[in-house]
Design a protein around this ligand. Structure first.
Ligand code: URA
Length: 206
């Protein structure tokens, strides 16, 4: 069995958080196993928990439109979330839930080996750009260990706020050039050691 399917089975058995007991369906993620682009959102909502698939509600429809704006279909990218179970009443994920679920996302990244990870919203951004503010770093990228991390607003937030909508649309349009250039982008971590803390990494505009 493909490693990704095995991983999905392991995720489906996970009962580490209280919310696992009440979930309709677990939402591990989906998309191309060899995707260059990986999008990481926050947590499944109601629609996602019904179907067991990420970003299939209104925010997902908007994400599909954004992908279409750069001539991509969702089957060509990989889409996952920071946590795999829907938090009740769509509350924010708790730190303990993010911590428990972190290993699944790590393994997804190891298996997919994307060139670019696009973080959607604050919770996803916080994992890769700790201490940063989304309003300051959206549309900016940094490269670490051969992966380019690129921060964007969450489509659900951007859907109803015209200024954020404009920003997310503009940020999406920068992705093709970033993808074309990904292997030429310099690592933001200066070599040799000592390693700086993530907060000290230099960001660059694209
Ligand atoms: N919002 C998310 O962050 N993820 C989904 O899968 C759906 C909505």
């Amino acid at each position: 069995m493909a490693a990704l399917s095995e991983l999905y089975q392991e995720i489906a058995l996970c009962q580490q958080c209280g919310i696992a007991k009440f979930r309709t369906k677990v939402v591990p993620g989906e998309g191309a196993e060899d995707a260059d682009l990986m999008f990481i959102g926050e947590a499944p909502g109601w629609h996602e928990a019904q179907q067991g698939r990420p970003f299939v509600g209104p925010a997902g429809k908007f994400l599909d439109d954004l992908l279409a704006s750069i001539n991509l279909k969702r089957q060509q990218v990989y889409i996952a979330n920071v946590i795999k179970c829907r938090p009740p009443s769509n509350r924010d994920p708790l730190p303990v839930e993010i911590g428990n679920c972190s290993k699944w996302l790590t393994r997804q990244i190891e298996l997919i080996r994307p060139k670019i990870i696009v973080t959607l919203g604050r919770y996803s951004m916080a994992r890769f750009f700790p201490g940063k503010s989304i309003s300051k770093i959206h549309g900016m990228a940094q490269k670490q260990d051969n992966i380019v991390y690129y921060a964007m607003y969450h489509p659900a937030a951007a859907l109803h706020q015209p200024s954020l909508r404009q920003a997310i649309e503009t940020d999406m349009l920068k992705i093709p050039a970033l993808l074309a250039e990904a292997k030429n982008i310099a690592e933001t971590r200066p070599e040799p050691e000592p390693k700086p803390q993530p907060q000290q990494l230099k960001m660059f505009e694209v």
